[in-house]
Design a protein around this ligand. Structure first.
Ligand SMILES: [Zn+2]
Length: 142
């Protein structure tokens, strides 16, 4: 891969990871692992978006297991560099980029959507029905 391409990839990755609305999934060439970069809220059930924090973890695709995170903190510069290197040198691919969620209420049919995948509504704003996981769909970033 040329140096110019590598530079473009580094810039792109930097942009993706800087955007807290995005959830990014990377997959290795053998499709054994998925690395997920996501934004979580620190305090559960909190609507305080100043408490949003980036995190990442690894899923084993075969067993469906999540490898528990051995890392204590998320450092943006380090992670941007790591992701770029995985794409450039280790033949990882970007599997998906999600820019938000959409929820459709099974009871009243109302639709709600927002950014940050991990920070969606728990219940319908119109009728109060609790959402189930199958009510929620990803909005892909094009
Ligand atoms: Zn509803």
């Amino acid at each position: 891969m040329s140096t110019e391409n590598s530079e473009a990839i580094r810039k792109q990755v930097e942009q993706y990871l800087s955007n807290k609305d995005l959830e990014i999934e990377l997959e290795d060439a053998n499709k054994e692992y998925t690395i997920i970069y996501s934004t979580n809220i620190l305090a559960q059930e909190s609507d305080d978006t100043s408490k949003l924090t980036r995190n990442y973890w690894i899923n084993q695709n075969k067993n469906g297991g999540q490898i528990s995170s051995p890392w204590g903190s998320y450092e943006h510069v380090q992670q941007s560099s790591l992701v770029a290197n995985l794409l450039i040198f280790a033949k990882y691919k970007i599997k998906s980029i999600t820019k938000g969620w959409k929820l459709v209420c099974q009871k009243c049919g109302s639709e709600q959507q927002g950014p940050i995948w991990r920070n969606s509504l728990k219940s319908c704003e119109q009728c109060g029905t609790q959402y189930k996981s199958e009510d929620k769909t990803k909005i892909a970033a094009s």
